[in-house]
Design a protein around this ligand. Sequence first.
Ligand code: DGT
Ligand code: CA
Ligand code: CA
Ligand code: ZN
Length: 584
Amino acid sequence: MFKPTDNKAIANILYETADLLEIDGQDSFRIRSYRNAAQAIENHSQQIKDLISDPKQVLAIPGVGKGMLRNLQDLLRDGKLALQSELLEKYHPSMLQLLKIQGLGPKTIALIWSAHKVCDVDGVEKLALEGKIRELPRMGEKHEAKLLKSIADYRRISGRFLIDAAEIECEKVTEYIARFSGIEKITPAGSLRRGRDTVGDLDILVTGSACTTEEGRQQAISHVAKYPPIMDVIASGDNKISFHVRSGMQVDVRLLPPDSFGAAMQYFTGSKAHNVALRQRALKMKYTLNEYSLAELEGGKPVAGKTEEEIYAKLNLDYIPPEMRENLGEIDLAQNHSLPRLLTQADIKGDVHMHTVETDGRNTIAEMAEAAKARGYKYMAITDHSKNLAFANGLDDSRAIAHIQRIREADKQIEGINIFAGIEVDILADGDLDLSNDVLAQMDIVIASVHSVFNQEPAKMTERLLKAIENPNTSLIGHPTGRIQLRRDAYAFDMHAVLTAAAKHKVAMELNAYPDRLDLNDVNLRQAKQHGVKIVINTDAHHTSHMEKIRYGILQARRAWLTNDDVLNTLPVEKFAEAMKHAW
Ligand code: DGT
Ligand code: CA
Ligand code: CA
Ligand code: ZN
């Protein structure tokens, strides 16, 4: 049976249970015990599943008592928590969706439930439109209007998921499906394979000997249908099943005979626009192209289908990497053998945006350095926050100077990696940087970022960014548009003006690889390249484990057709250091 095994999945179940207990009106001590345990487990450095056989070690985690230990044992054995299942039975899984709406907490949901027995998004929206939310205790017109806006926001973003969440969901389903004998290959297609910044639904393709007979397919599909996190099955047919999992994500699983696997990969990877263009090309060459094969138009004899490579080859095209398949000119390039050599992970020589315990990071300089070294990086930079970010304990001038000393000390002591002394300095509302120029001038790298006052007029925000770019100490602009995916839009400004100035002053733009940001996005990256602006790909790591998220940034860079030449942290260390001082 499938079980949620990683700490994050376990913590999520405990958080959800706490929310459901609160909706259920249970005592606050019990509720808090679930939240505390969830938080401790989420932050625990070792996996609970590895500790569970030794109860003493689990009980040593703060917030985990005997009762919680039993819960964890049940959870790891059964894949679910009896209490949560009971609560979901009593109410409805749609409660979990309601909890995702901004500003709608368990208390309000409980109020709505007790007054109207409503527990789904559509139902709550209807109540608000009928003016029934304002009549509830401690609620008013303002609450009601805000709720309607939150629901609209939720709808706008819902149905899409962050790429890392999609990837984790995909890995879990894949691991489960793989247990069925006669299945040899399971691959994600769709937007996840193309590396889009968010994913609508998962498209998973499956092949193997079990997929060659109707009986085999039926058995395989009934295996998939028993995947425990399934909330509801949307459709199920001879070679396909679609369902929702508990996170709300839709998963489409398709079974294919091995001879068609390449054709299906091509078809379901998309994008739709790329496929349409490719099919037109096929028709011109007297072929038909569909999810089963590339075949001769007359007579229908298949000429390719087993692999994607042979399909592209038969169409006289070089193989087009999935990230480029958006019909933005890639087909012409493939025909002329002039596809760019896209950036790869191996090209990245260092990660130069990271935080430590000195501000809001969770590891020390040395720990971050060891982790960067283990990834094979040649260099890195410590770039903690500046004082304007008070809640992050940002540095003022004197602490920044002391921190530089510590970084240089660590650099001397730790062999095998070059540690640059840097800062992520706030761009204040008027465009000034948050530390004195004297101090900034001592840094190897200055990342200037907007972290406050996001709602300025576009002209004012543009001016603010231009002023930061003109500061001679600025090396690069951090997460330049400020978007938080699925939560906060980019602030409004004149991208063309900013990129023009960046090119002129040789200030780089960051591609912040953290999956919630992915900022600049693929479209902006292409724009930056057109303006001659160089990119630095960073993770903004607040923990050693965040450094691996660089791959999401690389995917976006590849979607923007970036090569080594466009990305500064592919340079050797000396050249990179010069680039941070406007020499590129
Ligand atoms: P998503 O799920 O919104 O993030 O985006 P995709 O690209 O994964 O789109 P999805 O899941 O609707 O479909 C997966 C792929 O299947 C899509 O990229 C191309 C292919 N596809 C779907 N519908 C059509 C269609 O009507 N025509 C063609 N040519 N291809 C289609
Ligand atoms: Ca999809
Ligand atoms: Ca789909
Ligand atoms: Zn930042």
